[in-house]
Design a protein around this ligand. Structure first.
Ligand SMILES: [Zn+2]
Length: 492
């Protein structure tokens, strides 16, 4: 049997072990054992297949073949850890050649060869320095620009469908559809920060990285809003059973309309989460609340600071534990922009995947009116401050992770990430800094940097191909041609 280099994601390995006794009944365990036997059979079969066909078997053919072998059964598994998928991923190495690669580590490799095997990067180097291994399958990407797949560090999946929210629109299909939409725009990973339907957890468990066309999903589950420290500990206990990647809280007085969660309660959520090694992302608006969240140990500021200019004390608090911020500038835009017909309703890059019925609705006067009033005015006025604050933090050495808060109604997944990156550039970040924010920083800040965010040996082969150089102009990200997730291609 063929042995391949494998890199196991221990986080998921831990998950797959812990889940069995906790939530699966005996019948399911039997199914799991059957599934394991099936995987073993597939591995043996796939191994025989590749030894018979030798190097004639292309990487993509192997992927297709494996999909055919597993086919329908994959759809029906109810316990599929990502580790196990790595085990069934087999294939001959393939070389993607000739592109200019911006790796996300600070390196640029011209006339590059990126070698991929089993969905992971095996090697990358310039063909000006080394030549390819004999007989390797190659895919010519001459003249193209390659960058790591983009990562949205703050999105939401499955909570809305068009302008509708609520349990009637919750489904696995809706979650998949949205992850596919992100991927079409080159967003190959989404960290969904809260209030996903339970279906999203199902999709996360079932995600098969060999089937391209869907962004990777990390998520936090229900946003916690306990009313006492004791309740905070209980809520985290309950939430941890779902094995969230993050815990999400909101600490916001909603422009004075409510009382914000007090420090003893959010402190308890953070403390309880840290006891289970769960990082905490905090929704916030205000400078003073942000400082208190940082003192209590939050692991992410999930929005911009929008009430006051950031100051040295905040920078010091963030620096102290190397805490990142996701600016979500497009979130502010979405609160007021639909009061009138926005210009981007004529943008072909948007219209390509837009739901025209939703656009019609957003142009009806009664709907437009919802985007006026006190909150709309506040966030419209707050946006320039949010952009200034983002740049100040960035210039102080704080890592900014590209995040949009897309996914709720009229926050258009995929397109808003591009709008966000253009706004970050408008705020004063260089194209290279914006790209770093949407790749390496987003991955490292969201605790998935071991596997994602840069193009380096051992990491997932998630990358996108552009016709034009994004370092020259961030809007060149719109020249997106192809998207690869775990080395498997989807067209834009
Ligand atoms: Zn959010």
């Amino acid at each position: 049997m063929k042995t391949a280099t494998r890199h196991f994601d221990t986080k998921f390995l831990g998950r797959s072990i812990s889940i069995i006794p906790e939530i699966y009944n005996a019948g399911t365990v039997r199914l799991v054992l059957l599934a394991l036997a099936f995987i073993l059979a597939v591995m043996i079969f796939a191994g025989c297949g590749s030894s018979e066909t030798g190097s004639d078997q292309t990487y993509e053919q192997n992927l297709v073949q494996l999909n055919e072998y597993t086919g329908q059964q994959l759809e029906n598994w109810d316990l599929k850890s990502k580790k196990r998928f790595e085990e069934v991923l087999t294939g001959e190495p393939a070389a993607f050649t000739g592109a200019k690669i911006w790796t996300g580590t600070g390196d640029i490799i011209s006339n590059a060869a990126l070698i991929v095997q089993d969905g992971r990067i095996l090697d990358l180097f310039s063909l000006d320095i080394r030549s390819l291994p004999d007989g390797i399958q190659t895919y010519d990407l001459s003249g193209m620009y390659m960058i790591p797949g983009l990562i949205n560090a703050h999105g939401h999946v499955g909570m809305a469908d068009g302008l509708q929210t609520g349990s009637q629109i919750h489904s696995e299909d809706n979650v998949r559809k949205q992850l596919a939409l992100y991927a079409r725009y080159g967003i190959t990973t989404v960290v969904s920060l809260g209030d996903e339907p339970p279906h999203a957890f199902q999709v996360r468990e079932q995600h098969d990285p060999r089937q391209p066309g869907m962004a990777r999903l990390y998520m936090s589950g229900p946003v916690l809003s306990p009313d006492s420290p004791e309740q905070a500990y209980r809520d985290v206990e309950t939430l941890k059973e779902k094995r969230p990647d993050w815990v999400k809280i909101r600490v916001d007085d909603q422009l004075g309309r409510r009382t914000a969660m007090p420090p003893d309660i959010f402190g308890a959520v953070i403390d309880a989460s840290h006891q289970h090694d769960l990082p905490v992302a905090s929704h916030m608006v205000a400078l003073d609340i942000s400082k208190e969240l940082l003192r209590k140990g939050t692991n992410l500021l999930a929005h911009s600071i929008r009430d006051e200019p950031v100051d040295d004390e905040l920078v010091a608090l963030m620096m102290d534990r190397d805490i990142c911020i996701t600016p979500t500038l497009t979130r502010e835009v979405s609160v007021y922009i639909y009061a009138e017909r926005p210009d981007f309703f004529d943008d072909p890059f948007f219209l390509e995947y837009a739901d025209h019925a939703v656009l019609e609705m957003l142009q009806q006067p009664d709907i437009q009116k919802r985007y006026t009033g006190e909150a709309a005015d506040f966030y419209r006025k707050a946006l320039p401050l949010a952009m200034e604050n983002m740049l100040k933090l960035h210039n102080s050495g704080i890592r900014v992770a590209m995040g949009t808060d897309s996914g709720p109604p009229a926050r258009f997944q995929g397109y808003f990430e591009h709008m966000e990156m253009e706004m970050m550039h408008d705020a004063g970040m260089s194209p290279a800094d914006v790209l770093t924010s949407a790749t390496r920083n987003a991955a490292e800040c969201m605790d998935i940097g071991d596997n994602l965010g840069t193009l380096e040996p051992g990491k997932w082969a998630d990358f996108i191909l552009l016709e034009d150089d994004p370092l020259q102009d961030i809007r060149n990200l719109r020249s997106l041609q192809k998207i690869y997730i775990a080395g498997a291609k989807m067209d834009r």
